[in-house]
Design a protein around this ligand. Structure first.
Ligand SMILES: [Zn+2]
Length: 124
């Protein structure tokens, strides 16, 4: 059965082909976030699986890259440090290359979710 699930990280709905039950972990197919199902009614609700921030963001970007077939370049560790610093200062993993700390800049940012890497050759 297909289920329409809202992702609190990228703030979009995605379709899961897996069965859903409370407490089950699923991966957002749009941003790679690891989520846990918290409610089934009146609609499926999820939350981020509580993880150490470093584990959470590595897990997310690696899952995202794998889903899209992307590879990391030599800037990976600098960007990961930047993401962790933004999370410490501003409460979420906003892109360290962007000025605005807004939901569309949470990594992977909206442009990247919309295939900017395929079009531009790399993320912003
Ligand atoms: Zn998502």
């Amino acid at each position: 059965m297909k289920s329409k699930i809202y992702c609190p990280v990228c703030q979009m709905y995605f379709i899961s082909k897996d069965s859903v039950e409370i407490g089950k972990e699923i991966i957002c197919t749009i941003c790679g976030a690891r989520l846990e199902i918290t409610e089934l009614e009146p609609q499926f609700s999820t939350r981020r699986v509580p993880q150490d921030p470093e584990d959470e963001i590595y897990d997310r970007v690696e899952t995202f890259a794998q889903m899209r077939g992307y590879v990391f370049d030599d800037n990976k560790e600098d960007i990961m440090s930047g993401l962790l610093e933004k999370n410490r200062k501003f409460g979420d993993f906003y892109c360290p290359c962007r000025f605005d700390n807004v939901p569309e800049n949470v990594c992977p940012c909206l442009e990247t979710r919309r295939n900017a890497v395929r079009k531009e050759g790399s993320c912003f």
